[in-house]
Write a protein that binds this ligand. Structure first.
Ligand code: PMP
Length: 356
């Protein structure tokens, strides 16, 4: 039997995606060849890349609006530096919102390129909330934020309206909720939470924000190059891209982002309601900024840790331990997590209360 997989990433994928990906490893499109032993320039794989790129834009509502989607190597961490390389002008500056470990990783890389203004930070409170009422300098080349803070369990709900490109790391909540994605000049996301296996990064960008830096950008880091080469500047991560396409098809078939958002809301509500009701637990993020993807919580009485840990493991739950910088527990309830699995966790929490 499959476990209830609460891992923060790499993380749960839909069962039908795993089955189709496994089948393609053995025989892709009845070709008598494996997906991972054919040329990336073959007709069959080019079709995969084209569909993945167009379906990503379609699901985000960005088709025909001047956007491009790329499936690149390097993880979200490489985007931490590709963003300033491609968008920060030589004498210019960029503005960043510091909402967690990953946001601060992006800030660190930007500083190696030029002036990096941190418009607000919740670091002093161990990132338990999203800063509000910050001012973004209008002469910055771009503003960078992180929509969902995987480690701390906080999520942005308000995005500023700016006259400059807004860049967003959506690694842990891409395709999970409806937003006006056309507000963003560039969105990036490592695949390994809501989209596919590790090894590929989705970059969605408005083409007209490029070409303004005055920098000489190495080809492999140059987003314009990747656009011109249709996301095949070099051999793309074929397996991770194909599996991501399968997840995007799964999402489209079940009704797209609007439908998954409803399901995600129901899962988050079920779990947060129990955390707030059950006297033994406490959420770590402030209520108004709680993430619907990563639910972080603590046991009020640490002496119950062993008992609780034994119970959830016995219920076939996996991956519930919190990140070391927060402690406690983190239930990652990404798109592919069924509400039935959330109910199993809620039942374990109720049982602990009954028997503690
Ligand atoms: N940003 C966020 C929000 C993340 O959650 C992660 C990884 N967990 C990263 C960036 C780094 O991603 P990668 O490992 O793909 O570089």
């Amino acid at each position: 039997m499959k476990k209830h997989n609460y891992s923060a990433g790499p993380s749960i994928l839909p069962q039908e995606v795993l089955e189709k990906a496994a089948a393609a490893i053995l025989d892709f499109n009845n070709s008598g060849l494996s997906l991972i032993e054919i040329s990336h320039r073959s007709k069959d794989f080019v079709a995969v890349m084209e569909e993945a790129r167009s379906l990503a834009l379609e699901l985000l509502g960005l088709q025909g609006k001047g956007y491009q989607a790329l499936f690149l190597h390097g993880g979200a961490s490489l985007e931490f530096l590709m963003v300033p390389y491609n968008l920060m002008t030589k004498a210019g500056k960029a503005a960043y919102l510091d909402t967690g470990t990953w946001a601060s990783g992006a800030i660190k890389e930007a500083k190696t390129f030029g002036e990096t203004v941190v418009v607000a930070s919740s670091k002093a409170e161990n990132y338990t909330h999203i800063p509000k009422n910050y001012t973004v300098p209008t002469d910055a080349d771009y503003f960078h934020c992180t929509s969902n803070n995987t480690i701390f369990g906080t999520q942005m709900t308000e995005f500023p309206d700016l006259g400059i490109p807004m860049v967003c790391d959506m690694s842990s909540d891409i395709f999970s909720r409806e937003l006006d994605f056309s507000k963003f000049g560039l969105i990036y996301a490592g695949a390994q939470k809501n989209m596919g296996p590790a090894g590929v990064t989705l970059v969605v960008l408005k083409e007209d924000i490029l070409g303004k830096t005055g920098r000489t950008i190495p080809n492999m880091l140059n987003l314009q190059q990747h656009i011109e080469k249709e996301s095949m500047y070099n051999t793309p991560p074929v397996f991770a891209t194909y599996t991501s396409l399968l997840t995007l098809q799964w999402l489209k078939n079940l009704g797209g982002i609007a439908e998954i958002e409803k399901r995600n809301n129901a899962k988050a509500e079920l779990l947060y309601t129990e955390i707030d009701r059950n006297g033994l637990f406490k959420g770590t993020a402030v209520v108004e900024d709680r993430s619907k993807m990563n639910v972080t919580f603590l046991l009020e009485d640490e002496s119950l840790t062993e008992k609780f840990d034994q119970s959830w493991k016995a219920a076939d739950i996996s991956g519930l331990n919190g990140h070391r910088s927060v402690g406690g527990y983190r239930a990652s309830i990404y798109n592919a997590m069924p509400i039935e699995s959330v109910q199993v966790l809620v039942d374990v929490m109720k049982e602990l209360e009954r028997t503690a």
